[in-house]
Write a protein of this length. Structure first.
Length: 191
C-alpha cells in the first residue's frame, strides 16, 4: 500500500473517531444529569451503539471485513485492565448527578479516542491483528495521548495520530509488534 493511501486512510479514520467521540461525549455527558444507574446503562449501550459501528467504519476504510458484535465484548473485556484507570475515573466522578456531566463527557471522549486509535492501528496492520498485540498497542496509545490531555477536553493531535497509525501500523503484524515494543521502550526512557 502506498504512503499516500496509508495517510488518506488514517485521515479518514481520524475524522471518524472525532465524529464518534464528539457524539459519544454528548450522550455520556447527558447521562451524568441523572447519575448512577443511568451512567452504567449508557456505558453498556455504548459498545453496540458506538464502538462496534466505529470499529467497522474504520475496518471499511482499510478495506477489511466487518467485525462481529459478539467478538467485540470479549475483546474489550480482555483490555479491561488497561482501561480501568479511565473507567474508574468515569464511574467515580461521573456518578454524581449534574457534576457527572463533565466527567462522563471527558471520559467518553478519551475512551472513544483510545479505542478508535487502537481500531485504526489494528485495521492498518491487516485483516486480523493477533490479540496479544492489542494490549501493548493500547499502552503505547496511552503514552502518546496522555491522561492529562483528557481533563483539558483536548482532541488528540492529528499529526501525532497520523504518525502513529502510518508509522507503527500499515505493516505485517510481527513488524508492527516490533515497532510497538521499540516505541514503548523509547517512551519509558523519555522522562
Amino acid at each position: 500500500m502506498s504512503e499516500a493511501t496509508q495517510r488518506a486512510r488514517a485521515e479518514r479514520a481520524y475524522d471518524a473517531i472525532e465524529r464518534c467521540a464528539n457524539n459519544n461525549s454528548i450522550v455520556q455527558g447527558l447521562s451524568g444529569l441523572a447519575g448512577f444507574p443511568f451512567t452504567l446503562g449508557t456505558d453498556v449501550a455504548v459498545v453496540p451503539l458506538y464502538y462496534v459501528p466505529l470499529w467497522n467504519e474504520i475496518r471499511d476504510i482499510y478495506e477489511r471485513t466487518p467485525v462481529r458484535e459478539e467478538v467485540v465484548a470479549p475483546f474489550l473485556t480482555e483490555l479491561l485492565p488497561d482501561l480501568l484507570t479511565d473507567l474508574a475515573l468515569d464511574k467515580i466522578l461521573g456518578s454524581v448527578p449534574l457534576a457527572g456531566i463533565y466527567f462522563n463527557a471527558i471520559c467518553a471522549k478519551a475512551m472513544t479516542w483510545r479505542l478508535g486509535t487502537l481500531f485504526a492501528f489494528m485495521s492498518s496492520c491487516g485483516q486480523r491483528l493477533p490479540e496479544d498485540h492489542a494490549r501493548p498497542a493500547l499502552a503505547l496509545i496511552r503514552g502518546l495521548f496522555p491522561q492529562e490531555q483528557m481533563f483539558k477536553f483536548q482532541t488528540p493531535d492529528r499529526a501525532r495520530f497520523l504518525r502513529f497509525v502510518t508509522g507503527i501500523g500499515g505493516v505485517d503484524p510481527d513488524e508492527a509488534r516490533r515497532r510497538i515494543d521499540r516505541a514503548l521502550a523509547e517512551l519509558e526512557r523519555d522522562p
